[in-house]
Design a protein around this ligand. Structure first.
Ligand code: PEP
Ligand code: MG
Length: 316
């Protein structure tokens, strides 16, 4: 099967009715960019930056971060590289930092943490911006729930650019800024975010956790962690439709994107940008090549508002 799939590497991901789909990779370490390319990824849809910060007692320097980001950007050769700013806190605590929050998943994590630690955030932003001199970089902000967080993140990016200008260091002035949509409030009241940001990426791993009140790491309730819950599908549809209305790109980078059994369902919801573990890219591409996007859209639209969950296997 792998042999047959390998032949799809350079085949454009397009449905039977001619809808072009973007298939990008999620990576956690710089050297995984090679595997993204080997599996035909047209870009990095999610570069998690936590690896630089976890399991050590000192923060990574700007130079160390710059080298790590730039190596991925060079490997990808002008394909877009979406670098997510630090998503620390909760299950991903910094070394030596006592987690005192009673409920860390609802605590000071991700963009909240970065805005509370402006020097750490500024260092990372300068490193990302410097990497943008070598290709196409996009900045992705995790766990956004408030528009003031978007404004504060954009202000921090502008300051980082001003600092690089002072130093005479080069970067791209056209770096796009997007947000993870992974908090239900953001997915419900998505319009101002779609207007203010350059792109959106739906993080279903956290979106499911927060919508269904299921800790994604708690085995005792894992059976209730249900990507097909009608509320989840409606939130995904709401974000995709808002992106279409205002002409902003919407990707999905949670585990759902890499499950070939869910590809037809996601196409039916109108998704055209998927980002996943490199190992899943070709299986998902095979599903896309077989799919009739418009027929799927009709089937999903008619069942989206029913109380009973959609059976993804029944879609054709
Ligand atoms: C998500 O929440 O869906 C996501 C892609 O990010 P992470 O799994 O790193 O929280
Ligand atoms: Mg997340």
């Amino acid at each position: 099967e792998r042999v047959v799939l390998a032949q799809l590497k350079d085949v454009p991901a397009e449905t039977q009715d001619g809808i072009a789909v973007s298939l990008q990779a999620n990576i956690e370490l710089p050297d995984e960019a090679e595997s993204a390319l080997a599996n035909g990824a047209t870009g990095i849809g999610l570069f998690r930056s936590e690896f630089l910060f976890i399991g050590r007692s000192e923060l990574p320097t700007e130079e160390e971060q710059y080298q790590a980001y730039a190596s991925v950007v060079r490997t990808m050769q002008h394909r877009p590289v979406t670098i997510r700013t630090l998503d620390i806190g909760a299950d991903k605590a910094l070394d030596g930092e006592a987690t005192v929050a009673t409920n860390p998943a609802l605590g000071l994590r991700a963009i909240r943490y970065c805005l509370a630690h402006p020097d750490l955030f500024a260092t990372q932003l300068r490193a990302i911006l410097r990497a943008s001199a070598h290709g196409t970089v996009r900045i992705l902000i995790p766990m956004v729930a408030h528009m003031h967080e978007v404004r504060a993140a954009r202000a921090a990016i502008a300051s980082a650019m001003a600092e690089l200008d002072l130093r005479g260091q080069s970067y791209s002035k056209n770096v796009e800024v997007g947000a993870m949509v992974e908090i239900p409030a953001t997915a419900i009241a998505i319009e101002p975010f779609a207007d203010a940001l350059d792109f959106l990426s739906i993080g279903t791993n956290d979106l499911i956790q927060y919508t269904l009140a299921i800790d994604r790491a708690d085995n005792e309730v894992a059976g209730l962690y249900d990507p097909l819950h009608p509320a989840i599908l409606r939130l995904i549809a709401n974000v995709i439709n808002a992106g279409i209305r205002v002409g902003k790109s919407v990707a999905l980078c949670g585990e759902m994107a890499g499950d070939p059994q869910l590809t037809r369902l996601l196409l039916g919801l109108g998704l055209t940008q998927f980002s996943m573990h490199p190992q899943q890219l070709l299986s998902v591409k095979r599903e896309i090549l077989r799919a009739h996007s418009n027929a799927l859209r009709v089937q999903v639209a008619t069942s989206l508002n029913r109380a009973s969950p959609i059976d993804p296997a029944s879609l054709h």
